[in-house]
Design a protein around this ligand. Structure first.
Ligand SMILES: [Zn+2]
Length: 220
């Protein structure tokens, strides 16, 4: 019940901001969705680090960098601002209310095989009701993010993948949407990397670069 009221408050706040700032100044609205939260830790790293904290830090760092380095050009909202569990359906409700220009869900990967490494970005798999123009923009965004992880941060790239995730499926006719997996917490090297502040900054920078590339090329 507590979460319900938090979400209601959040929605009121988001709607207020949306009508008083974003629409007036024409900034693109971006929703960053740090996965998991609260009692749902997500993946737990080989070193004990929890996915829910890493992805929240990346999203918050993206807000900071957008302000500090890019003149607050993007109007960025998060689906959670602290260590709270927000259900997938509440996350998609926020997307439907805010009607963003871009949506990025942020997660960390894990695998049985401890040697597995690298970056994956997911796009909604094709279906009968999908807006193909938006899917193509989602693919461009995914490729831009993958390319930045490769060139700027030197990560192994596992590539663009397709899946039927709820947050992507329910966003497919609203805006370009991707789900980013920033490395494997089951891998000692990548889990160790994700504990460092400069790595979080790097991940956030890559997300912003991907967003700016999409917006520049798609003439938003
Ligand atoms: Zn996750």
């Amino acid at each position: 019940m507590k979460h319900f009221w938090i979400v209601c408050l959040w929605m009121s706040f988001a709607l207020f901001c949306n009508t008083t700032t974003a629409q007036e100044n024409g900034r693109q609205i971006v929703i960053l969705d740090p996965g998991h939260g609260g009692m749902d830790s997500g993946a737990i790293g080989i070193n004990g680090i929890k996915e829910k904290f890493i992805v929240l830090e990346v999203a918050k760092e993206a807000i900071r960098l957008n302000k500090e380095l890019f003149g607050n050009t993007l109007d960025i909202y998060l689906t959670r601002y602290n260590d709270t569990l927000i259900s997938l359906s509440d996350r998609t409700k926020l997307i439907k209310i805010l009607q963003p220009d871009v949506f990025i869900s942020i997660h960390c990967n894990q695998a049985e095989r401890k040697a597995a490494q690298g970056i994956e970005v997911y796009v909604q798999q094709a279906n009968a009701t999908m807006n193909l123009d938006l899917q193509s923009k989602s693919e461009n965004l995914a490729e831009a993010i993958l390319s930045e992880f490769d060139i700027a941060l030197g990560f192994k790239i596992r590539g663009l993948k397709y899946a039927n995730f709820q947050v992507l499926r329910e966003t497919q006719n609203i805006c370009p949407a991707v789900l980013l997996e920033v490395g494997f917490l089951s891998n000692r090297e990548e889990a160790g990397h994700s504990m460092k502040k400069e790595s979080i900054r790097g991940y956030a920078m890559v997300v912003l670069q991907g967003l700016y590339q999409l917006i520049a090329t798609e003439n938003y």
